[in-house]
Structure formats: C-alpha cells, structure tokens
Design a protein around this ligand. Structure first.
Ligand SMILES: [Zn+2]
Length: 431
C-alpha cells in the first residue's frame, strides 16, 4: 500500500508520533529528539512529494510546483507527558504553473498565531476562560504577550463572523476599566444575551461607533426597537440620533443604584450637620444593603440606632420602597405607586431640616423626568435581568484581564467572555 511505503522511512516512535499528530502521508516525521537538559521534545517534520499534487493556486486553481522552502520555524505543541513539545519545519513555498504566483503551503498543525499549533491554541483558549491570562502564561511557560496575541487573532476572527441581523433589543452600559479612570461602553443584545460591541469612552460618539460596527455585521439600526440604558445625557443623545424609532427603557438597575447613592449622600450631609454622629458612624455599608442581606452584626447595629429621628434612615426606607415597586407585576399599580413615591419624597423633604433629603428629591425628579421610560420596564421585563447580569460579567472580565497591557486587550476580553464566539477559530475565511 502506498501509505505504508511513505511511512517505511520512519521507525516505530516516528510512526507513533505521525499517528498521534494525525498527519497524512504527505508529511513525514524526519526526526524525534528529547533534550534531557531542557526536558524538551522536538519533532521535525518534512513534506513528501505528494503534497504538491494536493495544492492548488488560490487564484485560478492551477497546479503548482515547488519553488523553495521558507525559513526554519518552530511551533509550541501540547506537552508530551510533562515535557514541552515543539514541532519544527521549513514549510515549502510553491509556484502556480499557470499564473506564476508564489505562495506558502499551510501545514495542518498551524494555529492562527506564529508560534503555536492549533491544538496548543485551543488548550490555552480553554484555560483563559477559567483563569487570568497572566496565570495561564505562567502555567504553560510562555509570555503573556504571546497569549494575548493568540486571543487577539481568535477573537478578531470569530467576532468578524458574528451576524447581528436579528438583534432588536439593545442594552447599553458603561464599565470602568482601570480604577474608574477609563470607561468602556458596552452594547449588548438583551434577548440573545451577548455583547455586540465595546468601545472606549462614554460619550454619545460611542453610539456612532456602534452604528458603524452594527452595519458591518448585517445589522440595520432601524431594526432596533428597544434600548435599555441609564439616564445619562450622552446615551440619550446617542440613542436619539442613531435609532430614533426605538423605545427607551430606563433600567431598574441604574435607578436603584442612583437611589442607593442618594442615601449615602444623605448620610454624609446628616453627619456634616452634626448631632447624629454616634448613630451614623460605621453604618456606611448598612444603608447599601437590603435588610435581608445584613450580617448579624450589621442587623444588631441597625437596631441600636434611633431610626425615628434619623433622616438617613428615612432615605433608606425610601430606597427600599422604590425597590419594592419593582416587585409589582401590574404596570398600572406600579405607575400609581411611583407617582405616590415621588409625592411622598417631596413632602417629607419639605418637613426636613437643612434640606437633608435634597438628594432623595433629585431621585424623585429623575423618576418624574423619565417616567415613561421607567414604566417601560414592565413591558420589557426580560431585558433587565441581563443588564444586571452584565455587571457580573464585567466583574469576571476584570478578573480574567488582570494585568492586561492596554485597552484593546481589555475590550478583547469583553468579547471573549461576553460575545458567545465560536472558538477556537479553525480556519481563516478569506477577507
Ligand atoms: Zn495561479
């Protein structure tokens, strides 16, 4: 058999490696070497003459002849037992007999990046899903720069293939990338629960960038009929300019966060105006939580406080009530309760000294200004769970990207974790 003839030049270990690597008879293991000092295994591979008969010119399909050999290259492969393993080869270059074009033959083991085999890349991609890139780099013994490059090639290629033509319901949120100094705005499909686009900044220009990318992926901004986001001016402007037909849903998550912050501001103001320092000291974290989430110690602390006379305690109750409204199923009841809530906050504020409830009044004002958009929550219920889920995803992105070298890496990690990409990419499609 032809097959056996090709392999006959190899000894048993070479034949075994040939089989394990899944190579066809157009490749031959020329040499196997184990370096005891470095503990590394090297596998040298040559092409066989029948390789040429399988190659065709990418331009005209013409037959090819050998032209020359490229430089010596080395690819890191999966370990052999605990030993690092490298594949070495000089890949042939061939020339088309019809048009004369010269091109490099692709080897079946090649990955998307220069230094690794496809199997090795698949393994590190798997590890990078579970651990920070830096950790993976230490674990497999390559530099994290090279791993980021593997990630970049795979993510870019898989992302390029995404189709947004069915995305109609979009969530927008911003993520602080480095200790609150840089922001990345993230656009997600709330029904498919995947990230569509991430871009540095949090101004309305992020929306223009999104619109451009959306259309590159067969999306049409006119197909978007619902956008869930916070109430920031730039986002409102961007949405109005880029998809004026979409209904805007101001999401629960951001409104509650606003109310939470207002409670904290109220506490600070009350401390500043004196008189209640003893009641309020060491309570900052208590007011951020729901009663059922308090630790035993915190619950005890809350009991000790004379809540009757504390404006902060009132603000806290207001936040809990607002949150409670979101438990209602019925939109009309929710509407009545929201209106009543705003009236209640304003009335209490009038009776409160030093304008201590002014931060809560601002929240009430915000609710009134965005009333229709806030009520849309009850129409588009499903969207909100994911907006909260997005925040969890952001935390995971931050952990995985720890020590990332630049913002592009950070954005890549967002796609890697959040975009449901088909990975690893096995072949580059023609551009
Ligand atoms: Zn040709």
């Amino acid at each position: 058999m032809d097959h056996c003839a090709t392999l006959s030049g190899m000894n048993a270990p070479e034949k075994l490696f040939h089989m394990l690597l899944g190579l066809g008879d157009e490749w031959q293991i020329a040499e196997l070497e184990f370096d005891k000092d470095s503990g590394e295994v090297r596998v040298r591979i040559n092409e066989q003459s029948n390789l040429l008969s399988q190659q065709r010119c990418p331009d005209d399909g013409g037959e090819v002849g050998i032209y020359d050999h490229g430089r010596e290259r080395e690819w890191r492969h999966l370990n052999v037992f605990e030993h690092k393993c490298f594949i070495q080869a000089r890949l042939p270059r061939v020339r088309c007999r019809t048009c004369g074009k010269v091109f490099q033959v692709k080897a079946p083991w090649e990955g998307l990046s220069m230094h690794f085999t496809a199997s090795f890349e698949a393994m590190v991609l798997l590890l990078m899903r579970e651990m920070p890139v830096k950790k993976v780099a230490e674990f497999v013994g390559v530099s994290d720069t090279r791993l980021w490059r593997v990630l970049a090639r795979h993510v870019a290629e898989a992302y390029r293939q995404l189709d947004f033509s069915a995305s109609t319901c979009i969530g927008v949120d911003e993520l602080a990338s480095r200790k609150g100094h840089n922001y990345v705005t993230v656009f997600a499909d709330l029904l498919e629960k995947r990230v569509l686009f991430a871009v540095p900044g949090k101004d309305s220009a992020t929306w223009n960038a999104f619109a451009q990318e959306f259309e590159k992926h067969a999306g049409d901004m006119k197909q978007i009929d619902c956008v869930s986001m916070d109430m920031s001016r730039p986002f409102k402007k961007g949405a109005a300019e880029n998809c004026p037909q979409a209904e805007i849903v101001f999401d629960k998550y951001h409104l509650i966060a606003k109310a939470n912050k207002a409670v904290g501001d109220t506490r600070r103001a009350e401390i500043r105006h004196g008189g209640h320092y003893d009641d309020l000291k060491k309570t900052r974290w208590i007011w951020l939580k729901n009663p059922e989430n308090l630790t035993e110690k915190q619950a005890k602390r809350l009991e000790q406080i004379d809540q009757e006379n504390l404006v902060t305690a009132q603000a806290y109750q207001m936040r809990l009530c607002l949150q409670d409204i979101y438990n209602l199923q019925d939109v009309e009841r929710a509407e009545r309760r929201l209106m009543a809530w705003c009236r209640w906050v304003r009335q209490k504020a009038k009776q409160t000294r030093y304008g201590l409830l002014s931060h809560m009044v601002k929240v009430a004002q915000c609710v009134e200004d965005h009333f229709a958009g806030i009520l849309k929550h009850w129409e588009h219920r499903i969207t909100n769970a994911y907006m909260e889920g997005m925040n969890n995803m952001f935390q995971m992105v931050k952990r995985r990207a720890r020590g990332y070298r630049n913002e592009q890496n950070f954005i890549m990690m967002i796609y890697f974790i959040g975009s449901k990409l088909q990975l690893p990419v096995t072949a580059i499609h023609s551009k």
